[in-house]
Each structure stands twice: as C-alpha cells, then as structure tokens.
Ligand binder design. Structure first.
Ligand SMILES: [Zn+2]
Length: 233
C-alpha cells in the first residue's frame, strides 16, 4: 500500500512491547536507490497511486507494516524464501509524509489457491490489525484494499489460463479459478494461526523499516525457507 498524510494529525507513540521485540533484530537491511524507485511502482510498472489517509504517520506506518508482515509470514509458511520485507518513506512534493511497502520472496511453485491466499494476506492482516486496534472505519476499510494485490493476482491467474473474480461465481466457461473473497477467507484462516508471528514481524518492520528474510524469521521464531532454484527440489 502507499499512504500519504492528511494535514493536522499528530503522531502517536510506539508501545514498549513493540520496542522490546524490535530490539531483537541484529544488523540492518537496506535498499539501493534503484530498488527504492521500484518500490514506488505497482507490479504492472505504473506509479502507485497515493491514498490520503486520516491516520497519523505512526499508525499508517504500522498498518503498512502489518500488511507486509501478513504477506511475508503466510508466504514463508507456504515455503517461500523471504528476501526482504518492509515499509519505506517515499518523500513526495506537497505532503508531510508518504510511505509504501513491499515484500519480495522466492518460492517453489505452489497451488494457485495458496498463491492467491498469500497475495490476499496483506490486506487481511492490515484489516485484522485495524480491528484489533479499534481503528476500523469505512475509510480505513477502503485503505486496506488500496493496492494492486488483487490486480497482480488476477494477472498471474490469467497468464495461467485461470480466472480470479472479485466476489462473483466463476464464469461457466472458466476452466479453473476462484474469487478474491475466497482467497481472503483462506488468508484469514492462515493469519488466525500465525498472528503472533505476524505481530512480531510487523513490530520489527515498524521499528526498522526494512527486514531481511532472516531477520523476519528470527523475530517470528521460525526459519527462513531456503531460496528456491528452478529445477531443483
Ligand atoms: Zn500487498
């Protein structure tokens, strides 16, 4: 997701629990300028649209951290090697702040419904965080879905001759596929089992911005699956 400031909102503080968790991370992850540029573009190469949010910077950043942690933890649970996950500030003209997030991983082929679930895990983790923090509103709900995860997943499905609908039944002539609603339900189930790990990784992202996959795994008390090399087991 990409979020920018709405003027006049004050900043919130980080909780002691989050500080303690985040302190466990050793070393730092970093991005070169080209990579930072790439984080500002959607998966289809267009510049990510900005969404003005009413949340103060710290809460918007934490929401984005949960979004990325949701992707990372569910993808790792499905066997993907996490390369980097996190949230970065992307200064933009005319706004107090602007931020965006991304998770990069390298995993073995997985069934399409799992792929869809790990793609949906970002917005579902974001929504779960907002509800748990009593920040759920029509506006915050819109912010959850403000990114290209659905479009990216639909394009990947189409490449493989499958159909991803928003929430309708599959067309009669579709050979296979599913709805995004179903992907979100599957993501919710994974997140309910993995929520402590998602919280730990989100706290690390919140504190450090970027985490390597190994750092994220360490915070989650797990092992980062090994990189996948095509053609090997
Ligand atoms: Zn996402």
């Amino acid at each position: 997701m990409t979020a920018v400031s709405e003027p006049g909102r004050e900043r919130a503080g980080r909780t002691p629990v989050q500080d303690a968790l985040a302190d466990q991370v050793n070393g730092t992850a970093s991005l070169d300028p080209a990579a930072t540029e790439a984080w500002s573009t959607s998966n289809d190469g267009t510049t990510k649209p900005m969404l003005k949010v009413a949340l103060p910077y710290e809460l918007a950043r934490r929401s984005a951290a949960f979004h990325e942690a949701g992707h990372a933890v569910v993808a790792a649970a499905y066997g993907a090697h996490i390369k980097v996950t996190g949230v970065i500030d992307v200064p933009a003209e005319g706004v107090q702040w602007s931020l965006t997030g991304r998770t990069e991983f390298d995993g073995p082929p997985i069934p399409f419904w799992r792929f869809a679930a790990q793609c949906a895990a970002g917005e579902r983790a974001h929504a779960r965080y907002l509800k748990s923090a009593r920040l759920w509103s029509a506006e915050s709900e819109a912010a959850c879905a403000h990114h290209d995860d659905f479009e990216y997943t639909a394009a990947s499905f189409a490449e493989a001759g499958r159909v991803l609908t928003r929430d309708e039944d599959l067309p009669d002539d579709a050979s296979s596929g599913m709805s995004w609603t179903m992907a979100c339900r599957m993501a919710d189930l994974m997140l309910s089992m993995l929520w402590p790990q998602v919280e730990a990784v989100a706290a690390g992202i919140d504190a450090h911005g970027l985490l390597t996959g190994d750092q994220a795994a360490e915070l989650a008390g797990a092992t980062n699956p090994p990189p996948y090399t095509s053609g090997t087991d």
